[in-house]
Design a protein around this ligand. Structure first.
Ligand code: NAP
Length: 292
């Protein structure tokens, strides 16, 4: 049980976390700060936070747990702004979608305070952003990846794991590098392709007319293209090396299919589609419990 959550960034992820923590009875009060005062005020009106803080530092004052739920590019400045009030007993976490850049930012911004910081990535979320879309159930049943730095304290790591577990999450631990390599493949590349898919349609004269005719396959495939532009700009640039490597592998796979189509090699084309279809079906069956 925590006395006070200092929430920095009252958007989708931060507000959903505050609501879940409150519902689980794990915190007595939530003090929140967001870049726009109107967001902080709205978070209080919606019962996400109890007290509005005029700065990140003031949200941290008196808190025993702190969550940074801001775009990853704001991590370093935010940690620098709150550094003076981070004490060794405090648990400080983030929810950023990329981890090498967050760990690098923490190493630049913090010194002895690094032991309090546990980098986290909940594999939860949606294409909608902002406090208005906060969802108390967002984290339930989802995976949370912890990527501790070499300086993260063992007590803090245990506390973070216990907290996420109490919210119904499955906690895993890995290095920031392993995290970014994996999520370049299964999250960042799919978003890149979804954005490119819509851009490619927009850029052709009849693209909008074609979209008006689209069905559920197009809807499912492109859902994530409606994601927040600033957040995804940050993620794609922060993890650029792993992402561009994955993008090259994808282009090779696409070219293989294009060559088979071009040559009319129906048998080989069907074999490739069958491989994809089986792999997707096995993946879905094996992960059923972790996905909505
Ligand atoms: P969001 O709904 O847009 O919320 C971010 C909030 O942070 C907004 O309220 C925003 O501005 C505020 N903010 C921005 N810069 C700030 C700063 N310097 N100081 C304080 N507040 C600041 O985005 P989100 O989806 O919650 O994403 C937050 C983090 O979660 C990101 O790092 C993202 O990578 C990660 N994440 C997102 C998802 C997802 O599916 N959405 C999944 C996993 C992880 P205002 O105060 O102006 O409104």
């Amino acid at each position: 049980m925590f006395e006070q959550l200092g929430l920095i960034g009252c958007g989708l992820m931060g507000s959903s976390f505050a609501l879940a923590l409150k519902r689980a009875g794990l915190v007595q009060r939530v003090v929140g700060y967001s870049k726009s005062p109107s967001t902080t005020e709205r978070a209080r009106q919606l019962g996400v936070i109890d007290i509005e803080a005029p700065s990140a530092l003031q949200a941290v004052s008196g808190s025993d747990v702190v969550l940074l739920a801001v775009p990853v590019s704001a991590t370093e400045a935010t940690l620098k702004a709150i550094r003076h009030l981070i004490d060794p007993a405090m648990l400080v976490m983030d929810v950023g979608s990329t981890k090498c850049d967050v760990v690098d930012a923490a190493q630049r911004a913090l010194r002895k305070e690094l032991s309090s910081f546990v980098p986290c990535h909940p594999i939860a979320g949606k294409e909608l952003s902002g406090v208005e879309n906060a969802d108390v159930n967002l984290y339930a049943g989802k995976q949370v990846i912890l990527t501790p730095t070499e300086h993260t304290g063992q007590a803090q790591l245990r506390k973070a794991a216990a907290l996420w577990t109490a919210l119904g999450c499955h906690v895993m631990q890995m290095s920031p590098q392993a995290h970014d390599a994996a999520y370049a493949a299964v999250s960042h590349l799919p978003h890149l392709i979804a954005f490119a898919m819509i851009n490619g349609l927009q850029d052709q004269p009849k693209g909008k007319d074609y979209m008006a005719l689209a069905g559920s396959g197009f809807r499912d495939f492109t859902r994530i293209a409606a994601s927040d532009p600033q957040m995804w700009r940050d993620i794609l640039i922060a993890n650029r090396e792993e992402l561009l490597a994955q993008s090259k592998l994808f282009q090779q796979a696409l070219q293989t299919l294009e060559a088979l189509i071009d040559s009319g090699n129906a048998e080989a084309l069907q074999a490739r589609i069958q491989q994809a279809s089986q792999t997707r079906a096995h993946w879905r069956a094996s992960l059923q419990k972790n996905l909505p």
